[in-house]
Ligand binder design. Structure first.
Ligand code: SR1
Ligand code: MG
Length: 403
């Protein structure tokens, strides 16, 4: 039997995408829409549909049956579009102001119609340009605390929790992370992208047995610890910002996993930007101010997450032991250690693995870029190996000063 997906799926084009919004009766005249494909991610098509007469606009995001970043030789499940849609819906139950509004999802065609966030900027480019967002830490701390608590065993009935695990198995996208984050960058694998100039350093890096042992432990945690429904890919390319708005997008890697993975992904991308600013910021005084902003952002993220998560355990928790002193607190301490370790893995993968970051790769001065990539690898490895020794946010902020 032909699976439903294959029976009716067609890739949309700028000419056919109007059909995706016709039935919504959102626009006055779909024939008058201006359409452009604006996707710059690794996996999907993203169409922007604009109606000049009314000033209205929408986004149609469609999954392709392969990974766009590599091409048709890397087939990839269309199920990820449904996972993303369901994950956005779940997040909207608890943080509606921190995710885009979703108008429609078509399972067979694997597309979702959602709010146009063109008024926002992607956080990665905004940070590279040196822009500051005072609410960012509080918003990401709130997003993580609320989405993760409400999908964890601290809140859900065990039957509901297990149904959630089943609904969000997402094996193919998890496998991408298992390979690209937790395996390939620690070995000489052909998915890695390593220039000749940095290869001798990386070859040494791969000799570190302790690093590999600790990375293996983190990989096993990712494979086995079903703590809460994660975003699954919370880097600075998955966050849209304005001066007073933050929107988390793109949760197609969502699955029930270890909470520290979301926080660690966010932290790693702040740290990569922190390092890269040595090249992007021309004035030393500006560099210090901007790095202080990044450190403050992480402090606010962590403190907001920890405070809200513990408060939720106290006020809304259904886990019998939550009322016992220290149970929730020790869990949050464990999340802290995991966050540092996962951040280290994400730093390593974004430096030498597949899908690297513009923060480092747009540095034009080659020796400076190599030097900063080496620093990123060393810092990532230090986080992986020392995650149990950096105890708490203040110790971490001192550690950053040494970078
Ligand atoms: C083949 S997908 C490569 C990367 O893009 C996504 O953003 C994820 O981070 C994934 O690992
Ligand atoms: Mg993405």
């Amino acid at each position: 039997m032909v699976p439903t997906q294959e029976r009716s799926y067609r890739a949309l084009t700028v000419d056919t995408v109007r059909s995706a919004v016709e039935q919504l009766q959102y626009f006055e005249d779909v024939e008058q829409l201006q359409v452009s494909e604006i996707g710059d991610g690794n996996l999907n098509y993203v169409f922007l549909l604009e109606e000049p007469a009314t000033g209205k606009s929408l986004i149609v995001k469609q999954a392709l049956p392969y990974a766009k970043v590599v091409g048709e030789s890397w087939p990839l499940t269309l199920d990820r579009a449904k996972i993303e849609y369901q994950s956005l819906q779940k997040a909207a139950e608890v943080v509606p102001n921190l995710v885009p509004v979703v108008y429609h999802h078509d399972m067979e065609m694997a597309y979702t119609v959602m709010e146009d966030l063109s008024s926002h900027e992607i956080l990665r480019s905004a940070l590279i340009n040196g822009n500051q967002y005072p609410n960012l830490g509080k918003d990401i701390g709130t997003y993580t605390a609320q989405t993760l608590f409400h999908t964890s065993d601290f809140y859900l009935h065990p039957f509901t929790k297990k149904a959630l695990v089943k609904d969000f198995l997402n094996p193919e996208l998890c496998k991408i992370t298992e390979d690209l984050v937790f395996t390939d960058p620690f070995f000489d694998h052909d998915t890695n992208e390593i220039s000749d100039e940095i290869r001798p350093f990386v070859t040494q890096f791969w000799q570190d047995e302790e690093l590999k042992r600790e990375a293996a432990k983190l990989k096993l945690q990712f494979l086995t610890e079903a703590e809460a429904l994660l975003h699954g890919d919370l880097h600075s390319g998955s966050i849209f910002v304005t001066a007073n708005s933050t929107k988390v997008i793109d949760p197609e890697f969502a699955f029930v996993g270890p909470i520290g993975f979301d926080l660690g992904s966010f932290l790693a991308n702040l740290l990569l930007n922190y390092l890269s600013q040595e090249a992007h910021m021309k004035e030393k005084a500006d560099l210090q101010v901007f790095r202080d902003f990044l450190s403050d952002t992480w402090k606010q993220t962590w403190e907001t997450f920890a405070t809200q998560f513990l408060e939720l355990c106290k006020t809304k928790g259904h886990f019998t032991f939550s009322s016992i002193k220290g149970v929730a607190e020790e869990f949050v301490d464990k999340v802290w250690r995991d966050t540092l370790g996962f951040a280290g893995c994400e730093m390593v993968r974004r430096t030498i693995g597949l899908a690297q970051v513009a923060d480092l790769n747009t540095i034009e001065d080659a020796p400076v870029q190599i030097d900063l990539k080496q620093k990123a690898l060393t810092s990532g490895a230090a986080l992986i190996k020392n995650r149990n020794e950096i105890k708490g946010i203040n110790a971490f902020l001192s550690w950053i000063q040494e970078l």
